[in-house]
Ligand binder design. Sequence first.
Ligand code: FMN
Length: 247
Amino acid sequence: MATKINETLETLLSHRSVRRFTDDPVAAADIERVVTAGQAASTSSAVQAYCLIRVTDASVREQIAELSGPQAMVEKAPAFFVVCGDARRHRLVCEREGGAYKAGFEGFVVSVIDATLFAQNLAVAFESMGYGLCFVGGIRNDLERLTALLELPEGVYPLYGLVVGRPDQSPDARPRLPVSAVLFEDRYPDDATVFEQIDAYDAVYRAYLEARGATPKTWSSSMAGKLGKPLRPGLASFYEGRGADLS
Ligand SMILES: Cc1cc2nc3c(=O)[nH]c(=O)nc-3n(C[C@H](O)[C@H](O)[C@H](O)COP(=O)(O)O)c2cc1C
């Protein structure tokens, strides 16, 4: 017999990104609790290769909002955080133990995976408390400047931001691909099947945008427009310059 829907599933299924907030603050005790929930996520061999930087300095927030788009929510949301992959403490302990940090590309991948498991746990914990949030990839528009603004040391890799607050909007859920398009048994489907799934989803996606008053586009054309050119081409050299080994 299938498991009944429970509060955890309800929280997960009611996710939508929130970009407008009331002036209510995010309680310090709630931040501590959600970070603890974030840390409870699985972590490769307990490396815990992440950190979270809460940015409270108004001038720094204004500048990050600017370089992120501009995206006003970064400046105006009750709380703004930067999620980082963090190999700093691993470099320090390797050196203190008489060696050197040499984890290679796998070390960088692990930090991105660990940070993202942490961040998603944290996001769900916030949502379970009635907060709304939106991740902010826009911070990667200018990682050099972000790193200087936050005075980040070598080995700390900013990945994305997170704005949080009490929702002042209740957007409709953005439709996802059908389960059959992401859950496969034993074999990846052939391209004709993939296209069938995409075509069905394109119609749903277009109707969703139309209902929101946005320019109606299919998911296919959005993806082709977005992914048909290199995205933020300086990223690899930036992360390498901060100590990541991407070779
Ligand atoms: C890593 C990441 C970065 C994102 N960056 C931005 C951003 O810079 N600005 C923004 O408005 N939304 C951003 N989003 C939100 C996505 O656009 C949103 O999650 C997606 O369209 C699905 O909508 P939903 O979250 O409402 O379900 C980001 C989401 C993720 C996971």
